[in-house]
Design a binder for this molecule. Sequence first.
Ligand code: SAM
Length: 359
Amino acid sequence: MPSAGPGSPPDGVSDRAGALTDTRGRSVSYLRLSVTDRCNLRCLYCDSRMRQWLTHDEVLRYEEFLDLMGLGQKLGIGKVRLTGGEPFARRGFMEFVEAARLRFPDLDLRLTSNATLIAPFAPRLAAAGVARVNISLDTLDPATFARVTGQDLYAEVRRGIDACLAAGIGVKLNAVAMRGVNDGELAGFLGLARALPIDVRFIEYMPMGGSEWKPEQVWRAADILAEARTLAELTPIARGAGGPDGAQVQGGPDDSGPAQMFAIQGGRGRFGLITPLSNHFCGSCNRLRITSGGVLRTCLFSDRVYRLRGALRHPKLGLAAVERILRQASRAKPLGFEILAARRAGAGVCATAMSAIGG
Ligand code: SAM
């Protein structure tokens, strides 16, 4: 980042009034809010099995999340993703989404969900301007689904996907790529992306704390792509270029985030890879995460956390203090791939389970 000279904005502030930047020239424009640490699934890669849940008082109230979103907006955050745990497992979540939309009409508001509970809410999500949802689905086989998640809810997820599509919401399916679990299902997933106007994306299995991760379970993106090319004709899509043949995928203008996307010849949807292990995207990372307990994380792989809840609830500190913490934390945002590279062989990065962080 260029050094500050006379007339330059002070540390941590970019030319965009109030925006958050770091020492590497990255600017934060995307906030992920985990509204609950509870989930109705027990996925083997996510570890919500043995955890102690936060108490009611420890979890931020919806009003506090709205205040954080307002602060984020002031600091240049234009995109917020609501996640969990499972967001729909928290009572009043739909009403919270509607309240957020009323308060922030221009916000790019998105969700990540396991879709087991989403179907009845799809029309209200669409009405609240949630144009896209990310849905986690690692397998198209109900028995494998039950093994991975601990619950027999595959049919509910499929209903949830159909309901979102019927409501005009764009769907991105995220599958954690796991050797020995779903590495025989590429043809099925490609078939789904041919048949439906959705993005199907495989995410490399990350060695997160508390998960059952083992190195031999990693199914590398390069191997997935090589196999996928034997099953379908794939054409790389430039980032942000829309759907197959330049068409918009359902849900409006696209951005694929860190995914490398491919058009599938003859397909309505697209195929993609998210490669946190083999090809990191730290250089363009623009995100902050705040957990349901009000803990700020600037990098998924880092254990450095900033506790916001005390300041937020303090009668004399409040949002002004939270803003100072956000600025300081953003400025010191690390490069996750360095943390990943420095870990001991076979060890996890980040002591906290993904179910508490929100993905
Ligand atoms: N319950 C919601 C859901 O299922 O999407 C939101 C929370 S979940 C923690 C968010 C995302 O994190 C999911 O897409 C999940 O697949 C991903 N995830 C969790 N642990 C992971 C790991 N070890 N490696 C890669 N992705 C992981």
